[in-house]
Design a protein around this ligand. Structure first.
Ligand SMILES: [Zn+2]
Length: 222
């Protein structure tokens, strides 16, 4: 089967989302690019992932032409491939409607960086788009533009998108973003949340991805 390992990993990532409380039933989208072939593996549109196997993950080229797929891919395929086109360092996208992060996205505010853990995974505050229906002409590109060199964007009144050099990183960011939104909400109960200055956020991100733990000299993500 073409790209079996990556298709299996896309499916496994989608199946793991409910266990982190990020989606329920058939919610969420996962997409990943194979860096060698530039082919893209994406969850199909509107199906319960628990009923799928690796071969049910759609394979397209970077221009969205179907290469191997029996189902229609995610309706937002143009958005996912735009991230890959614009960001050579990004090979994975996770989209969820996780509760706390989506609640933040309902406020219309960008999410500040408030903890070191958040700074380790996000090099800048999380931008937010206005509400965009999937048929809005801005839907396919505005989230990519607002993300710039960051690793997440909130879709106003909708949910969140996280990026990574691989699926594990995109998933870790989806979990971290949800936890950050919860922490922010708790902090608001106790007082006024303080944000980390941009230079501290950049330094923390750089340290975590280049010099911390097992990452030294192996992780090119910046
Ligand atoms: Zn959605």
């Amino acid at each position: 089967m073409l790209l079996y390992e990556l298709r299996k990993k896309v499916l496994d990532t989608a199946l793991s989302l409910p266990s982190y409380g990020l989606v329920w039933l058939a919610g969420g989208t996962v997409s990943a690019r194979d860096p060698e072939t530039n082919l893209v593996c994406t969850t199909p549109s509107g199906l319960d992932y628990r009923t799928l196997s690796a071969e049910d993950i759609c394979v397209t080229d970077i221009d969205e032409k179907i290469v191997d797929s029996k189902y229609r891919p995610s309706v937002a395929l143009t958005l996912w491939t735009n991230f890959f086109r614009k960001r050579p360092d990004v090979n994975a996208v996770v989209h969820t409607h996780s509760h706390a992060a989506t609640a933040f996205a309902v406020t219309g505010q960008e999410m500040p960086i408030i903890t070191e853990t958040q700074a380790n995974w996000f090099n800048r505050p999380i931008p937010i788009t206005p509400y965009l229906s999937v048929e809005d002409p801005r839907f396919d590109m505005l989230p990519v533009e607002l993300t710039a060199d960051g690793f997440a964007v909130m879709l106003g009144q909708h949910g969140v998108i996280t990026l990574g050099s691989n699926l594990d990183h995109a998933l870790e960011r989806a979990v971290t973003l949800e936890e950050a939104a919860k922490t922010y909400a708790y902090a608001k109960i106790f007082g006024t949340p303080r944000t980390l200055p941009p230079e501290v956020v950049r330094r923390s991100f750089d340290y975590y991805h280049n010099r911390y733990g097992q990452n030294a000299d192996t992780e090119g993500e910046k």
